[in-house]
Design a protein around this ligand. Structure first.
Ligand code: ADP
Ligand code: MG
Length: 474
């Protein structure tokens, strides 16, 4: 699956020139991020890191990833409505993982009080790598599905233009014309707009719940602007603002500063450090409200690593998606080996297997945002330490996916241009809207390709490891 520009990769003067043009093109197209030094001001901005060249992606796997996205939307939605499944699946995890336990407590509390929300909006991103089998044929394998704050749907829509220009400069106009248009932020905004419309109050706003540190604001602005273009008002607030100024009326309508909120779109709230006591209270207030939460807390729980692992057990998908045998087959085809480390014989065997051959596996805690997983020798040491303790149930084990590396250049502000052996991760954005029991929208909304140098086992774009890329289908 080599890209048809191997010939130019070693032409250093041409690469240097293309890189400086690429950076300017990225700035002009809006592939932007605020700086680490001034994450809450836009006076000085950088380009978001990206590859100099697009990366080759096998057409069949790209199409397979799109084809299974609506199935994943249905699956996530089904899990979020299945109280027993979430309870059984997370029972062992919440005994040892405080963060998941706190989310789960809010989930149970809002169910006991009775859900005020009747319109549901899911925005997720299912991420894959191309596993290189023994015979060298790549296979699509899911890394995880993100059901909260899945990012880069905005910035990724701007990389194709940048990469097109680079290819043209390098004498590859025909290849440039084959890069696919892609705009997830529009698809996400259409989902938010649909949820807003079904909520049914013309004067209500959409609230983006944002982090204290807002380096990735331009990515969010892409979605925001799509909403403003449709005459839907957007406000940006933090948990702190909700704690101070949020309230519910008798009908559990949510108000911020006197404005009714129809949709809460979380770009925050997925890691423990996002919460202090006040923020948890704010989260509870939001979850209790009638407003459409994207995601509601049950859907956030549906995206945990523990749930992912349980889905791979024989029979689970059939139980969650009755009468949808084809969807089940499509979903299962993307699963890598996933293993429970719950206390008991099965977990003992799995732990021993991983300790004996740590390079074949990844050990994952219930965390999001990159940089949390354990590999190789570190995996072995940690697992040996906790193998006889219930603490091990806060992790799941997964087969390590081994893609075929390819050569590329990673462009990052203030870093020298350097050739790297790279691997890529493809994400497909999914959007769905449900009103009561009826699915009124279920779509794949676009894609994201992220690429990193092989020496980094883990970490996303925000973590400073992966960079934005554009797929070139081969
Ligand atoms: P997070 O929620 O932190 O994003 P992920 O499951 O996506 O957790 O893992 C983070 C990164 O670790 C991925 O982007 C990928 O680079 C790497 N990774 C995760 N699972 C595997 C795996 N099974 N095989 C190889 N690499 C993996
Ligand atoms: Mg991830």
């Amino acid at each position: 699956m080599a890209a048809p520009w191997e010939d130019v990769l070693r032409d250093e003067p041409a690469i240097q020139e293309a890189a400086s043009v690429a950076v300017d093109a990225a700035l002009l197209e809006g592939v932007l991020m605020r700086t680490e030094g001034e994450p809450n001001a836009s006076d000085v901005v950088n380009y978001a890191p990206f590859t100099l060249l697009p990366s080759a992606v096998p057409t069949v796997l790209f199409e397979q990833a799109y084809a299974v996205q609506q199935d994943f939307n249905l699956l996530v939605d089904a899990i979020s409505q299945n109280k027993e499944f979430l309870e059984d699946t997370l029972a062992s995890t919440i005994k040892v993982d405080d963060f998941t336990a706190q989310l789960f407590r809010i989930h149970v509390q809002v169910l006991e009080e009775g859900l005020a929300q009747s319109v549901f909006l899911g925005i997720n991103r299912s991420d894959y790598m191309f596993d290189c089998g023994v015979d060298g044929t790549p296979a699509l394998k899911q890394i995880e599905i993100n059901t909260i704050a899945a990012s880069f749907g905005g910035l990724t829509s701007r990389t194709a233009a940048v990469h097109g220009q680079v290819l043209k400069m390098l004498g590859k106009s025909k290849e440039a014309s084959r890069l696919l248009p892609n705009n997830p932020s529009k698809g996400l905004a259409l989902g938010i707009a649909k949820a807003w419309e079904l909520y049914g109050s013309q004067s209500a706003v959409v609230m983006f719940l944002v982090e204290e540190v807002q380096r990735n604001i331009f990515d969010q602005r892409c979605v925001e602007n799509e909403l403003w273009n449709r005459n839907i008002r957007v406000i940006r607030k933090r948990f702190r603002d909700v704690f101070e100024k949020g309230s519910l009326d008798d009908a559990k309508r949510l108000y911020m500063d006197g404005q009714e909120v129809a949709v809460v779109y979380y770009r925050e709230g997925y890691v423990p450090k996002n919460y202090d006591q006040q923020n948890w209270e704010a989260r509870l207030l939001l979850e209790r409200s009638r407003a459409v939460k994207c995601p509601d807390i049950a859907t956030q729980l549906a995206g945990t690593k523990k749930v992912q692992q349980e889905l791979s057990r024989p029979g689970t998908l059939e139980r969650l998606l009755p009468g949808r045998a084809e969807a089940v087959t499509r979903i299962r085809a993307t699963f890598a080996g996933l293993y429970s480390l719950d206390v008991g014989e099965e977990g003992d065997k799995i732990a021993a297997m991983a300790i004996a051959d740590p390079d074949q596996f990844v050990l994952k805690p219930q965390r999001e945002g990159g940089g949390n997983n354990l590999y190789g020798e570190e995996l072995r040491q940690v697992l040996e330490k906790i193998r006889d303790s219930p603490e091990r149930t806060s992790y799941i084990l997964m087969d390590k996916i081994k893609p075929q590396p390819a050569i590329n250049y990673l462009l990052r502000a203030h870093s020298p241009l350097q050739v790297s052996e790279c691997i890529s991760e493809l994400g497909i954005f999914g959007v769905y809207v449900r009103q009561g029991k009826e699915m009124v929208m279920n779509k794949a909304a676009g894609h994201l390709l992220r690429t990193k140098a092989i020496e980094h086992a883990d970490g996303g774009v925000a973590a400073g490891v992966a960079v934005l890329d554009t797929p070139y289908l081969v």
